[in-house]
Ligand binder design. Structure first.
Ligand code: AMP
Length: 573
């Protein structure tokens, strides 16, 4: 390893040590900085802090906020009010969260300086990894990264997901050479707005560089599983293109075409190799067969993404899966200091310099400071950011697993109120209920007696399965249940519809009609397992294998949404 890389890595590790040793003092400083910086904002002035920047005043005067509380303020910023409403610094853009409010992505205000903090967190990832896996500076990373559609607010502020903003930034596009972060995907491929051209190009480049690839990844496990499935569907075309070395006419994006024209060369040997491997009956271990030098998969498999672990294990022959960081549009939180650990053991250490963090005990009680959380307890994370969120409830539930120095480490337990998720979509019980109600109106002379749901991720892309039991004796006419599927999708939130209509990350919704009496049998099963008859409620989402077996054994017919629901990057402001 070059001397300057060694020194840089050592500095990063030392920074982590300093931050985590002084977690409480750093938090106190961060809060004071935020309060001083934003003291003249309309929001903070409303609480009469009188210039105080200490914790006690903050705690006694500032309430927790939810997105709905600040939506009118967000709206004013979106409409062009440039007065200091939430943040003293100008809002540079809105980051659109995958969490939704009234069916639309939440808009998180962001300021330019926040990128320095986010970049700092990114810069710590490889130094941590280098402690466990050596030689990552001697090869490349095959990461499938994509941008999503962006839109503008009425006043011209951009609204887009945080990673889209990052990939489009100079910080990413003009990043200095770093031997630990050499990607096989050229910027032109990542920045191509057409997801399928982007995926094709990224796969092509990953295949050309196959012997240099030391790690394969995507942000979330769902993305990597989709990339492998893409290879499965397109390897013939890919190997044909590699054999001829000519740029496929499917690339219509001019910068991407030009870029590929520079990269592509005829390589019949590689084409033969790909054909041989992909033609085999089994795709088990395909990742290590094609990329034999891969040491680990770099993907988040915690939280809702855990459902993809068996698929990734199958395709990679059980390669380690590194979950390196925990971040959101609201704030980047922290990193996993033992990235090669088993997914079930992953804990994230929150970096106390990223924002001011408090924790709402799940069992009830007052907000607790970062350094004061207790091992074994579960909390909802609450953030105060430089961009103007004040005691904002993120909605993630975390469990404290231990401490690194004086900084607590957290297991990601779950996202509050999420019933169904196959990618970054998050559907809650109320949304599902409304969708079922709307869709069932299409059924004439019939009604849905009971329903439940399941996130099916063995298919690629994953899709929602809704089990419906109809009133006894009813049999819908042909095509009607399909229309119900589409009607449900039309009711689901914008993140779901975007995944379906634009990103291809969610497959068509499926309704499985089950025979009469199925939900009674489901109740009998629950009672036999000890549920109380007085308290029994039909679960609106099921995950356990025996219950799914029970349901699937009673399926009379299965129906899919015939087309994608409506979606447009434009939104109501
Ligand atoms: P977004 O609001 O779209 O930026 O997504 C951020 C959310 O994704 C977080 O609040 C978490 O719910 C989830 N998330 C991010 N990182 C992780 C992780 N490492 N493990 C589990 N969930 C994560």
């Amino acid at each position: 390893m070059a001397a300057d890389s060694t020194a840089k890595n050592a500095t990063a590790l030392q920074f982590i040590e300093e931050m985590t040793r002084n977690a409480d003092a750093v938090q106190q400083r961060v809060l004071a900085e935020i309060l001083a910086q934003n003291s003249e904002t309309e929001y903070l002035k409303g609480f009469d802090l009188g210039g105080a920047t200490d914790r006690e005043t903050f705690k006694s005067k500032i309430p927790m906020m939810t997105y709905e509380d600040i939506q009118p303020l967000i709206q004013r910023i979106a409409n062009g009010d440039r007065s200091p409403i939430l943040s003293a610094r100008p809002i540079s853009e809105f980051l659109t969260s995958s969490g939704t409010s009234a069916g639309e992505r939440k808009l998180m205000p962001s300021i330019k300086e926040e990128w320095d903090r986010r970049q700092l967190l990114y810069s710590l990832l490889m130094p941590v990894m280098d402690q466990y896996v050596k030689g990552l500076d001697k090869g490349k990373a095959l990461y499938f990264y994509f941008i999503k559609a962006e839109t503008k607010t009425p006043s011209g502020l951009l609204a887009r997901p945080v990673l889209t903003s990052y990939y489009k930034s100079d910080l990413f596009k003009n990043r200095p050479h770093d031997p630990f972060n050499v990607y096989t995907s050229p910027n032109e491929a990542i920045l191509c707005e057409d997801n399928s051209q982007s995926m094709y190009a990224q796969m092509l480049c990953g295949l050309y560089d196959r012997l240099q690839v030391l790690r394969v990844g995507a942000v979330f496990a769902s993305g990597l599983s989709r990339a492998i499935s893409f290879l499965r569907l397109n390897w013939k075309q890919l190997s044909h293109d590699i054999r001829t070395g000519s740029v496929n006419p499917k690339f219509t994006d001019p910068p991407l075409r030009e870029c590929l024209a520079r990269i592509m060369r005829p390589d019949p040997e590689l084409a033969d190799f790909i054909t041989r491997e992909c033609e085999k009956d089994t795709w088990e271990g395909i990742v290590t067969r094609i990329w034999p030098n891969v040491k680990y998969l770099d993907v988040i498999v915690t939280g809702a993404m855990a459902q993809y672990i068996p698929t990734l294990d199958y395709y990679s022959g059980g390669l380690p899966k590194a979950c390196t960081m925990y971040a959101s549009s609201e704030c980047y939180f922290g990193l996993n200091l033992k990235p090669m650990c088993d997914p079930s053991e992953v804990s994230y250490t929150i970096m106390p310099n990223m924002g001011y963090f408090e924790f709402l005990p799940i069992g009830g009680g007052d907000l607790v400071e970062l350094a004061a959380v207790e091992v074994g307890e579960e909390y909802e994370i609450v953030v105060t950011t430089y961009s103007g969120l004040c005691r904002y409830r993120v909605g993630d539930i975390l469990r404290v697993t231990g401490f690194h120095n004086s900084a607590p480490q957290f297991r990601f337990v779950r996202r509050k109120n999420v019933l169904l998720s196959v990618d970054s979509d998050k559907t809650d019980e109320a949304e599902l209920q409304v969708a079922v109600e709307k869709a069932s109106k299409i059924l004439t002379k019939m009604s849905v007696v009971e329903y439940t749901s399941y996130a099916e991720t063995k298919t690629v892309p994953g899709h929602y399965v809704i089990y419906w039991e109809l009133m006894r004796g009813g049999a819908p006419e042909e095509g009607v249940v399909e229309r119900c599927c589409l009607a449900m999708e039309e009711e689901l939130n914008a993140v779901y519809r975007q995944g379906r209509a634009a990103d291809g990350s969610i497959g068509a919704l499926e309704i499985r009609l089950v025979r009469s009496g199925t939900f009674e049998e489901l109740m009998d099963y629950a009672l036999s397992k000890g549920a109380s008859i007085n308290q029994y409620k039909v679960p609106r989402c099921v995950t356990s294998a025996p219950i799914l077996e029970l349901l699937d054994a009673r399926v009379v017919s299965s129906h899919f949404s015939p087309e994608a629901p409506r979606w447009s990057p434009e939104r109501r402001f």
